[in-house]
Design a protein around this ligand. Structure first.
Ligand code: GTP
Ligand code: ZN
Length: 199
């Protein structure tokens, strides 16, 4: 039987991350908020907090795999419902939802999994939803040179639902359209129809 430690997936912290310093300050932060760290289950919490945030703030590099568009496919390629897990940069609380990422191919098509990898890459850092949406779209435009790009993100911000205004059940929708998907009304409509978003 494998031990619990052997089963744990260890994420390498990003370069320049000082986990020991983060743990020390997390302990001081919790103590300043009146949280006692004396019980057995809380003793390791500052270290877990440090590792958890290091993981959430470590953009994972990925290989860009493109293929020639030999068939001249010129309709929309759309990956729907890509999970979004990020952290708002104002409160460092999670925002969670889905992204729909599409493009109108030019001379090359992109390995499909890369659409989800791009979202994950830009989500793993302190973020605002608007910037995340635009970064994904701009990355695709810059690296794949498609005729058009469309990105829609719908997410629940826990800083807005668990605390503060406590707008439980609310979600935020952001979108970035580039190229033909921005300029051509029919393409834009088709994109939103396929994403299921009513702008
Ligand atoms: N535009 C944008 N705002 C965000 C995002 N995530 C969180 N916020 C907002 O960031 C704002 C920070 O506002 P402040 O007034 O400085 O913070 P606050 O006093 O905690 O505000 P309340 O949440 O209204 O209690 C809040 O309105 C949050 O809802 C995001 O992705 N985009
Ligand atoms: Zn927030």
């Amino acid at each position: 039987m494998q031990s619990e430690t052997a089963l744990r997936v260890v994420h390498e912290p990003a370069e320049g991350v000082d986990l020991a310093a983060a743990e020390l300050h997390a302990a001081q932060f919790l103590e300043a908020l009146g949280v006692s760290l004396e019980s057995e289950s809380l003793r390791g919490t500052p270290g877990r907090m440090a590792r958890a945030y290091a993981e959430l703030f470590s953009p994972r590099p990925f290989d860009l795999t493109t293929f020639p568009n030999d068939e001249g496919y010129d309709e929309l390629v759309l990956a729907r419902g890509i999970p979004v897990r990020s952290v708002c940069e104002h409160h460092l609380l999670p925002f969670v939802g889905v992204a729909h990422v599409g493009y109108l191919p030019g001379e090359r098509i992109l390995g499909l999994s890369k659409l989800a990898r791009i979202v994950e890459h830009f989500a793993r850092r302190p973020q605002v939803q608007e910037r995340l949406t635009k970064q994904v779209a701009d990355w695709l435009a810059e690296h794949v040179h498609p005729k058009g790009v469309g990105v829609v993100i719908e997410a629940e911000h826990t800083c807005m639902t668990l605390r503060g205004v406590q707008a439980v059940g609310s979600s935020t929708v952001t979108s970035t359209l580039l190229g033909t998907l921005r300029e051509d009304a029919r393409s834009r409509q088709e994109f939103f129809a396929l994403t299921g978003v009513n702008p």
